[in-house]
Design a protein around this ligand. Structure first.
Ligand code: MN
Length: 198
C-alpha cells in the first residue's frame, strides 16, 4: 500500500504566502486523493508492492497505464513540492548551488526572473522545476503529472502551478504566487541535498 507522507511542517507554517486554508486542501484532499486512487488502481496488479519510482518509470509514456502514471507521479511531485518549500526560505542561496546558478544560469537575478517566467508560462496545469542534467543546472517545466525523473534529469526544486496550488489565495494571479514562493519559501537546503544525487 502507498501512504501519504507526512507534511514536513504544520499546515499554517507557510502562511501568509500559502495559507493554511490552501495547504489543508492541497495536502489533505488533492495529495491524499492521488494516494487513494493509486492504491485502488494497483490492487491485484504487478505494482501492488512496487516503489513509487518503479511505477513511474514503468508506466511513463504508456497510454494504457496513464491512470497509474498520473497518480503515482502526482504523489511523487507533491511530496517533492512540500520539501521544496520552508518558512523563512527564498532569496539567494549559498554554496555550490549558488556557484552553479552563477555559471549555468547567469546569476541569481537571472535565475529569479527565468524561474518565474518558466512557471508562469506553463500552459494549463503543471510544474516548474530547477533540475540538474549532464552536470549543469536547467530550468524546465512539465505539464499535468509529468516528472523530470523520466527524462534523465535530477530535480532540485519544484513549484506547483496547478490552479489548486494558488487559487484560494491568489485567484488568477499565478505570477504573484510564483514570485512570493521564490522570494519567501524556496528551500535552498533541500536543493543542495538533491545536488548531491545528480
Ligand atoms: Mn498540487
Amino acid at each position: 500500500m502507498f501512504t501519504l507522507p507526512p507534511l514536513p511542517y504544520a499546515d499554517n507554517a507557510l502562511d501568509p504566502v500559502i495559507t493554511a486554508n490552501t495547504l489543508s486542501f492541497h495536502y489533505g484532499k488533492h495529495h491524499k486523493t492521488y494516494v487513494d486512487n493509486l492504491n485502488n488502481l494497483v490492487k491485484g496488479t504487478e505494482y501492488e508492492s512496487a516503489t513509487l519510482e518503479k511505477v513511474i518509470a514503468e508506466t511513463a509514456g504508456k497510454p494504457d497505464k496513464a491512470g497509474l502514471f498520473n497518480n503515482a507521479a502526482q504523489i511523487w511531485n507533491h511530496t517533492f513540492y512540500w520539501k521544496s518549500l520552508r518558512a523563512g526560505g527564498g532569496g539567494k542561496p549559498a554554496g555550490r548551488v549558488a556557484a552553479m546558478i552563477d555559471s549555468d544560469l547567469g546569476g541569481y537575478d537571472n535565475f529569479r526572473k527565468d524561474f518565474a517566467a518558466n512557471a508562469v508560462s506553463q500552459f494549463g496545469s503543471g510544474w516548474g522545476w530547477l533540475v540538474q542534467e549532464g552536470g549543469k543546472l536547467k530550468i524546465v517545466k512539465t505539464g499535468n503529472a509529468e516528472v523530470p525523473l523520466t527524462k534523465g534529469q535530477t530535480p532540485l526544486l519544484t513549484i506547483d502551478v496547478w490552479e489548486h496550488a494558488y487559487y484560494l489565495d491568489y485567484q488568477n494571479r499565478r505570477a504573484d504566487y510564483v514570485n512570493a514562493v521564490i522570494d519567501k519559501l524556496l528551500n535552498w537546503d533541500f536543493a543542495a541535498e538533491n545536488l548531491g544525487r545528480g
